[in-house]
Design a binder for this molecule. Structure first.
Ligand SMILES: [Zn+2]
Length: 340
């Protein structure tokens, strides 16, 4: 996550007095990640830096109730049945075991995105940050828009790629780099002599078809090479998407944290891409926890082997939080309308 001193709000510059940088250490999953170099780079700018490790999501929360949950059963039945991953080593092992048991790169990427999104929002809440500035470039937003749509994540897409996302209580997620192409950022860093630290992904050096995200990225970047307005056109179109009232009033998906459309399993029946056998198996094997997830996360869970061990405790915590913050979100939207 990148924090910036300022961003534009409706043509004027918004300045911030206090900026903190949140850094996620991914070395448990990616041994080649240049995490030490990343920390050194951040420290040069003198901002307060908060670092979390991916495996921190397996740390027990303060409440006795919220324990890490088993994938193949409901959260409530497994209350306190599984011991807390109390040591850093055990947490790291739980994380690597979970990802080892996910069958596809697409599902691995989605699980990683959900964990990182949780860590970012959690860090902001713990440190009283009301604004989160993420570093999504125009290229990244275009890839997300097409990739998420193809994965059935259209319900929450306006929040996933929008300029301003107030879905989480008391937090506004902004994308100040939404108009900058990925290659422009690269050129800028090169020309200004700004050093970078490389953190690999699951599909680094993998074939184009390794995952939906990787395939979408190669498609979008390739198209933009021949038709230079491709990325900006997708970005402008995505920017016009509005969050529906139905989405705002929906419960939170326990895994990705975004709105979860009701009856997604019923909706799945209407799709031709799933066979009848798949649907019956889904009905028979899914638990209340998985049924509470959004359509896209249900697809992710279908690629997680039953013996994958534990899901992070925040999944359980969210599944208990039925009300979420839809009322406060509605109130905020009305407030901004009145100011306009
Ligand atoms: Zn979800």
């Amino acid at each position: 996550m990148s924090m910036y001193h300022q961003h534009r709000i409706k043509g004027r510059q918004q300045k911030y007095d206090n900026v903190e940088v949140f850094h996620i250490d991914e070395s448990s999953l990616f041994k080649d990640a240049q995490e030490a170099k990343a920390r050194d780079l951040i420290s040069k700018y003198g901002f307060k830096t908060i670092t979390a490790k991916l495996e921190d999501v397996f740390q027990e929360t303060n409440s006795d109730f919220f324990t890490n949950v088993s994938i193949d059963d409901s959260a409530i039945e497994h209350k306190n049945k599984y011991p807390t991953s109390e040591s850093p080593e055990k947490r790291s092992n739980a994380l690597t075991h979970l990802f080892d048991q996910i069958k596809t790169y697409t599902a691995k990427e989605d699980m990683l995105d959900s964990i990182k999104a949780y860590l970012i929002v959690h860090a902001a809440q713990q440190n009283d940050c009301s604004v989160i500035a993420v570093g999504d470039s125009a290229t990244r937003i275009a890839v997300k828009t097409i990739g998420y749509t193809s994965q059935g994540r259209g319900f929450s897409l306006p929040l996933d790629v929008g300029v301003s996302n107030r879905w989480f209580e008391g937090i506004n997620i902004i994308r100040p780099m939404k108009d900058m192409l990925g290659k422009e950022v690269g050129y800028f860093n090169h020309c200004m002599g700004i050093d970078t630290a490389i953190v690999p992904t699951f599909t680094t050096r993998a074939p184009q078809k390794a995952s939906i995200d990787r395939l979408t990225e190669s498609l979008i970047v390739g198209l933009d090479r021949d038709f230079p307005s491709t990325i900006s056109t997708i970005g402008r179109t995505a920017g016009k998407l509005e969050v529906t009232r139905k989405a705002i009033e929906s419960p939170q998906c326990p895994l990705c944290g975004m709105p979860s459309e009701a009856d997604s399993i019923e909706w799945r029946k209407m799709l031709s891409v799933s066979s009848l056998g798949d649907e019956e198996a889904m009905q028979n094997t899914t638990t209340p926890l998985i049924r509470a997830m959004c359509y896209s996360c249900q697809n992710t869970m279908r690629d997680v082997k039953p013996d994958a061990g534990l899901l992070p405790s925040f999944v359980n915590e969210r599944s208990q939080n039925k009300a979420h913050n839809s009322q406060s979100l509605l109130k905020k939207q009305i407030e901004s309308f009145l100011i306009d």
